[in-house]
Design a protein around this ligand. Structure first.
Ligand code: BGC
Length: 760
């Protein structure tokens, strides 16, 4: 309280009669009071979120802040860089504090596995831990807000940003969305070790046509409501303080000028009270979208539609004043936006103490990247839970820590790629590569290494993705493959670390092919020809079409980009110090031509029938039907059996609960975890319903030989969907409950949802 009073005095409220004592006012009254004291220029300044980059010198930024022309910045990640900017804000007329945002996506200094990997853990506790640590590290560096979580449903892996999100499934992504928001924000976004979550990208960014980044989205409302919108709503239920607007258009209207999206849906229907921020340049892009003639019109459309803050602002600053004077926008358009910005600053605790995350200079770390600031143990713990065992012929894995291991592949020694994209505060030199991880684990035996292939041979691709990111070996491809084959010939087992460089699984990195890039496939063929047991360790940010390589390999471990401790985590699994438990959060197609290929599809009028020739069913005739690996799939070093599936009743009334149970037994020799998944199918509806939808899951640990009953409670809510009138209803009739350890192999039982009257 004392601090508050001091601050009020400091920020000059003594000379401004309107705000006497912040502590005595509600948030609304405090913000309104402040707005009443602001000039138009100061209000517009608050709506500008400015990038810390080479465009403006630090002196110029401070000058602008002191003049009240900047509301927040993003891109600076140190207390000593943010402090002078906050000092400048405290020199401005009203001393309104700045906030500092940044893309803290999967870890801050300690890099955790990428989003898609975190989702593969199906372990909400582990996912929360990664978010909480990220918040602690980022807040300790003077950061107040993260532009995360990224919760766009992704069903087209050609889209490079598939890596950043949590996969294809509405239920799983929604659960993670809420957990991540709560992890970042902790007990409250105003806690000194919390950062505010700005969930993104509202909305439907993952559904860009053809997986081509920034492309348009055209989608019926039923699918939107049913499949794509729930994660954003879940983030709001989790308390997300802010929301970032998507770059794509939705049925012809860009998200950044979409009043239906930001007013009718987000604020009115969902009751969102937080801050709406554009994406980087998202407002100016309205000109390219062809809905605004110039930046002035773009600014008018965006502020009227409900974009409160302009990221990388080159439109609100120059244009809002003129727009107001000409009557094209109203004073309340501006005031409402300012109210959101000030409200977010209030929620982040910045009026109470603008330096709550910046601290005092005497306590600044001497080295931001000092080892003691990292959370390596937690990063390793989380990373090993995200690895997915896709194949393990004759129990080749786990390997013994002895003999000769040939480690081959362009990604095996990469410190940069293992961090994944959007790991800007991570330091490559602090990553444990797979080579390092194996070396650390092996106390006897030897490890020999050969690069084997480059990640791309295409010079145009190399130029596009950045030669600083991908370092090609100048030797001829044949020479590199020969060297790898020689290494393999000397070894007892071959581990090939193949996949994509991280820059291929990033923003603006859409692909037309899902094949292993470069000569990696050729390399695998050559390694197989040595006759040595072959383990593929995949490092990639999207499902890959590895049909051919899958046949050649004896074992396959999907590791995504597993972060600072990735190499140790991978070694833990390869050597059996940890029994893998990850499950795919996204379908692996056989080929790019199968896309979209997601498990929760509709049945169609002519569903595929296995084995029948030219049977006029829904399929491609030139490739085996179905995915290479289904959603929810992942093996363990032990085996689990599911038996005795039962429902507590064959009917369910609208006010009751029903319990679905199954016995799960670890029938193998090792202790292990698995994910028991509950799917439901609505057999007959007023509209066609998916063949199955994930409704719940439990990750359980079973000792070798141990058996446990797993129970899922089901009620009417789990059966609801959006009908043709967009009403959220459950319709009476038959429902099939499916329980499995992946989405394909399931046990099934039916029940009937009774109508109000008690009959079907
Ligand atoms: C991305 C956002 C990100 C922003 C700031 C944009 O290009 O689309 O997700 O938050 O940059 O880095």
């Amino acid at each position: 309280m004392k601090r508050l009073r001091l601050l009020c005095a400091l920020i000059g409220f003594t000379s401004l009669p309107v705000v006497a004592d912040m502590a005595s006012l509600s948030k609304e009254a405090f913000v309104s009071n402040l707005i009443n004291q602001m000039t138009l220029e100061e209000k517009i300044g608050q709506l500008r979120l400015i990038a810390i980059d080479e465009k403006m010198t630090p002196e110029k930024i401070r000058e602008e802040i002191a003049a009240g022309r900047i509301g927040g910045t993003y891109g600076s990640v140190s207390r000593y860089v943010n402090r002078p900017m906050q000092d400048a804000a405290q020199q401005s007329r009203l001393k309104i504090p700045m906030f500092f945002g940044w893309d803290v996506i999967h870890g801050h200094r300690t890099i955790f596995p990428i989003g898609l990997a975190l989702a593969s853990s199906w372990d909400i506790g582990a996912i929360e831990l990664s978010g909480r640590i990220a918040a602690k590290e980022a807040s300790a560096d003077g950061i107040d807000m993260t532009f995360a979580p990224m919760i766009d449903i992704a069903r087209d892996p050609r889209w490079g940003r598939t890596s950043e999100g949590f996969g294809e499934d509405t239920y799983l992504v929604s659960r993670i969305a809420k957990a991540m928001v709560q992890a970042y924000q902790g007990t409250s976004p105003n806690a000194p070790d919390s950062i505010m979550a700005s969930a993104k990208h509202f909305a439907l960014y993952g559904a860009v046509e053809g997986g081509r980044d920034y492309n348009s989205v055209d989608m019926g409302l039923a699918r939107m409501y049913q499949d794509y919108l729930p994660p954003y709503r879940s983030a709001i239920e989790g308390g997300a303080g802010a929301m970032m607007v998507a770059l794509n258009s939705i049925n012809g209207v860009p998200a950044a000028s979409n009043a239906w999206l930001m007013q009718d849906l987000l604020r009115k229907a969902w009751g969102f009270k937080g801050l709406v921020i554009s994406d980087h340049n998202g407002i100016n892009d309205l000109v390219q979208h062809g809905v605004a003639k110039n930046h002035r019109e773009a600014a008018r459309l965006a502020i009227r539609a409900g974009v409160a803050m302009s990221m990388n602002d080159f439109s609100y600053g120059p244009e809002l004043k003129g727009l107001l004077e000409s009557g094209a926008i109203s004073q309340s358009n501006i005031d409402n936006a300012v109210r959101e910005v000030l409200g977010a600053k209030y929620d982040m605790g910045l009026f109470e103490d603008p330096y709550r995350r910046i601290g005092v200079a005497s306590e600044d770390p001497a080295d931001n990247n000092a080892e003691y600031r990292l959370h390596r143990a937690q990063a390793r713990e989380v990373a090993r839970k995200t690895l997915v065992l896709l194949k393990n012929e004759n129990g080749l894995l786990p390997l013994k820590k002895e003999g000769v291991i040939a480690l081959i592949g362009p990604l095996a020694k990469s410190t940069v790629d293992i961090m994944g994209s959007w790991s800007a505060s991570g330091v490559p030199a602090q990553s444990v590569t797979i080579y390092d991880g194996l070396k650390n684990a092996m106390n006897q035996g030897s490890l020999i290494y050969a690069r084997g292939a480059n990640l791309t041979e295409d010079l145009e691709v190399l130029k596009y993705l950045g030669e600083s990111e991908i370092k090609n070996d100048p030797r001829p491809a044949a020479e590199m493959i020969d060297e790898a084959v020689k290494a393999a010939q000397q070894a007892d087992v071959v581990i090939a670390v193949v996949g994509e460089p991280r820059s291929m699984s990033h923003e603006a990195a859409s692909r037309t092919s899902l094949d292993l890039p470069g000569r990696q496939s050729e390399l695998i063929t050559a390694l197989k020809a040595t006759g040595k047991p072959l383990v593929l360790v995949l490092m990639n940010g999207r499902p890959l079409s590895i049909g051919k390589e899958q046949k050649l390999a004896n074992a396959i471990l999907e590791t995504w980009y597993s972060g600072s401790e990735g190499g140790n985590a991978v070694a833990d699994v390869l050597f059996g110090d940890y029994n893998p438990s990850g499950k795919l959060p996204i379908t692996f197609p056989r080929s790019v031509g199968q896309i979209p290929n997601y498990y929760s599809h509709l049945n169609t009028g002519r569903p595929y029938i296995a084995g029948a020739l030219r049977n006029y069913t829904s399929q491609y005739f030139d490739q085996s039907h179905g995915p290479l690996y289904p959603f929810g799939y992942g093996l363990s070093y032990t085996d689990f059996s599911l038996t005795d599936m039962a429902l507590s009743s064959t009917t369910l009334s609208k006010t009751d609960n029903l319990v679905a149970s199954v016995m799960v037994k670890n029938v193998g020799q090792r202790d292990g975890e698995t994910v028991v998944q509950l799917y439901i199918r609505d057999v007959v509806g007023s509209v066609s319903r998916p063949v199955k939808e994930l409704k719940n899951f439990q990750k359980i640990m079973l000792k070798a030989g141990e058996e446990k009953a797993v129970h899922f409670s089901i009620n009417e809510n789990d059966l609801k969907f959006f009908n043709a009138q967009l009403e959220h209803v459950a319709e009476p009739g038959e429902f099939r409950v499916q329980i499995g350890l992946d989405s394909q192999n399931v046990k099934e039982q039916s029940f009937e949802l009774l109508s109000e009257q008690g009959s079907g």
